[in-house]
Design a protein around this ligand. Sequence first.
Ligand code: GTP
Ligand code: ZN
Length: 348
Amino acid sequence: MTPFFKALGWSDYFSDQITSEDTVKLAPLRLTEVRRNRVIGLTPENTRVELALSGDMVATDLAVGDFALYSGERLEQVLERKSVISRKAAGHSAQAQLIAANIDTLFIVTSCNADFNEARLERYVALAIEAETRPVIVMTKADMPLGDPADYVARAKAISDRVEALAINSKARDDIDRLSQWCQSGQTVALVGSSGVGKSTIGRTLTGEDLLTADIREDDAKGRHTTTARSMHLMHAGGWMVDTPGMRELALHDAAAGIATLFEDITDLISDCKFSDCQHKTEPGCAIRAALDNGTLDQHRLERWQKLRDEDVENTDTIATAKERGRKFSKMQRTAFKAKRMRRGDFD
Ligand SMILES: Nc1nc2c(ncn2[C@@H]2O[C@H](COP(=O)(O)OP(=O)(O)OP(=O)(O)O)[C@@H](O)[C@H]2O)c(=O)[nH]1
Ligand SMILES: [Zn+2]
């Protein structure tokens, strides 16, 4: 296999899945973008190809980072994944939405300040472990910490012994270099974390590019210029970074879904408060206050829940905004479709 493809993550794990029969008709590629009816990927020769989906293949079964086989203009087969990051789709359906495949390391980014939140980190770590990627907690703003950065490292490490944790100044190249052990040729990484913690700063230093804003211009079938954001970026250290909008939004949906399960004890207590709109301050018959007083509920845990719940309210707004965007998009599509029918002269 070409050095380029090995750097892109190709390994025996994938070549072992291909029969000699396959290699006659099919060629491998790694998917860098998944759209509704087509995908874009990179071949072992570093050629960008755009493919239609064959037969019963559906885009929702594919993820950025997948290794796959194609023939001619069609994607034929997805190879078994080493890891896959997914999330529960928004809404009540239990369907999983695939975010990215074959990620070796997930950088869970937070800062040495009030953004540091054990409960949120716990969920990210759980997600990484479930996805079979290595969780590395990166705590930025070590140059302007609220408290001692070493304490944050200790708290992050205490979350799980499967976690690596380090505090950095993401604006200092020497500090970013400490991440390069996970960014070597053949390795794929992704970044998650709240807004403003330094993901773009880290991504820019590791790749030399402005990730999500790094657009490429291409000609569509009608010769028009369209702009699309790429999802996979080569890092200076030789590995690749995945940055998809889905990855950035992981936190939002995740927070909404995780709170109830993680804080079941608190939600149970609240249902025992005398007043349904109890603020758990001075009200009589407050089950939360009673639990704090008798020591069955920890004050810090309560505060963690309160902070997450407040965030969740914000996130719900963000999801509503995303839905609004979705509505505008389908309206745009309907308008375009109508215009097309009118051009064809078929008016109803
Ligand atoms: N001093 C200092 N500033 C930092 C550090 N990391 C990030 N910043 C600054 O914090 C701000 C936010 O950083 P970004 O990299 O844009 O954060 P982000 O996580 O990409 O945010 P979103 O794009 O909203 O998801 C920028 O002004 C950065 O320069 C750090 O380690 N030290
Ligand atoms: Zn109460």
